[in-house]
Design a protein around this ligand. Structure first.
Ligand code: EPU
Length: 417
């Protein structure tokens, strides 16, 4: 449980960590290679879980501070930790590299945060198109076969990890692969960059197509840096606007990835300034106004920032309208805001109204998923009285040293049993 005490006002600066959703596919794609060193890897729950899984596959792992060294020379399928694979969604990213190496793989259906249906049909359809056949049982997915040569047109319906899986699956396949309706989030671009630097021939286009010309081999040993986390950065934008003394400086703010989000912040009345060198200064902002917003695929407003933005809207004058098009359970966390005397109204699984401004009161609330959990931290920072947050493991899955970072800004936040 987290305890947050009222009335500390934040100031100064925060450093954004490496991106969870970039590091996970990079680790998975590394299994195509022999030895990889990744820098700027966040020390968070989902990364530790994925590392446990690849260790169970015989990969030697050295994770010191934020540098991760992986040696794949003894990789095998025999000791696979299936229980852990069921728990994290990112385990699906292992499908392509393991298939490439072993020609057949059987993995459990992946789990993940409690945010709505998480189908994997786009992953499987794409892999079938290039030569693998699949047999699913209730609990696991079995794929096997031989990569076909030749040109292929695939389509992934903007699904993020499916795009990543299909990029990894086609890099070494002879022929031209065109992935249509591809996700082009900054973490997808980071994976493309990683593979290109090893010799893969991939072009990512802003019309949401990705072209891959298969190469015979890629560099087996490589070193690369994970991009910073634009979602963590957006989280601190809201925190700075609502809870800073005067302002906070966000270093490695990933400003270029946050265009839609910052546009909406501006519409609400958040004041910020680009200080150069990817540093964003966010001022404590008052007289906020209600807005309408809709989550979308990149470069639209990210679903992963919807919950923290709802906390911002709870302080805005008027009635805001939120449309969450991606995940049907992701607005459910608003019941926790209600416990803190906020006034949200859930209209249907994809739409909510938020009435503001409201004076939030400390309460015991739960993290519904990792983003909703961090939203409750921000709510706790602006509430009167103490806030207790349960299920903090969710938050720790995705935010590196969140207690340390917020604590350094001057707030009283502690982890209790
Ligand atoms: N979808 C399908 N079929 C598929 C895959 C997805 O219909 O085969 C649908 C889903 O039902 C959903 C939408 O497409 O409505 C988005 O799902 P997507 O596959 O894009 O999500 P994901 O790849 O499982 C990644 C991030 C999520 C983030 C979403 C959307 C990683 C490891 N996870 O998930 O991150 O919310 O993209 O941007 O990259 C988080 O970090 O908190 C998180 C949940």
């Amino acid at each position: 449980m987290l305890k947050i005490t009222w009335d500390q006002r934040l100031s100064w600066a925060v450093e954004i960590s490496g991106s969870k959703n970039a590091a996970l596919p990079l680790i998975a794609a590394s299994l195509l290679l022999e030895k990889v060193t990744l820098h700027n890897v966040p020390r968070i729950g989902d990364i530790f879980s994925l590392l446990e899984i690849i260790k169970s596959l015989g990969v030697t792992v050295d994770f010191t501070e934020n540098t991760l060294v992986m040696d794949m020379s003894k990789i095998s399928l025999t000791g696979m930790n299936r229980e852990l694979m069921k728990k994290i969604r990112a385990s699906i990213l292992l499908l392509s590299p393991l298939l490439y190496r072993f020609g057949a793989v059987d993995i459990p259906f992946p789990g993940g945060c409690n945010i709505g249906k998480r189908p994997i049909d786009e992953h499987l359809n794409g892999l079938r198109e290039i030569g693998y056949s699949s047999m699913d049982s209730d609990e696991s997915i079995h794929l096997s076969g031989k990569l076909q040569e030749g040109d292929k047109n695939l389509s992934v319906g903007f699904a993020v990890t499916a795009t990543e899986n299909l990029i990894t699956a086609n890099v070494l396949r002879s022929g031209h692969t065109q992935i249509h309706l591809a996700a082009i989030e900054p973490h997808v671009a980071n994976l493309v960059d990683f593979l290109r630097k090893q010799g893969a021939n991939i072009t990512i286009n802003y019309d949401h197509t990705i072209d891959i010309i298969g190469v015979e081999k890629i560099n087996p040993v490589w070193e690369f840096s994970v991009v910073h986390d634009y979602i963590e950065s957006g989280t601190f934008v809201v925190l700075g606007a609502l809870a800073s003394q005067e302002y906070i400086d966000i270093h490695h703010a990933c400003i270029s990835g946050l265009t839609s989000f910052l546009g909406k912040c501006q519409e609400v009345g958040v004041r910020f300034e680009d200080r150069g060198n990817d540093t964003l200064r966010v001022f404590r902002s008052e007289h906020l106004k209600a807005v309408k917003f809709q989550t979308n695929i990149f470069p639209g407003f990210p679903t992963d920032l919807q919950s923290v933005f709802c906390i911002l809207l709870s302080q805005a004058e008027g009635v805001s309208r939120v449309q969450e098009i991606m995940f049907e359970w992701r607005l459910n966390f608003l019941v926790e805001l209600e416990k803190m005397k906020g006034h949200p109204a859930l209209m249907n699984p994809h739409e909510a109204l938020i009435f503001g401004p409201t004076h939030l009161r400390g309460a015991t609330v739960s993290s519904w998923d990792l983003r909703a959990g961090v939203a409750m931290i921000i709510a706790g920072l602006i509430a009167t009285g103490d806030t207790f947050i349960t299920n903090v493991e969710y938050i720790e899955r995705g935010y590196e040293d969140i207690i340390g970072k917020i604590g350094k800004l001057g707030v009283q936040i502690e982890r209790t049993e």
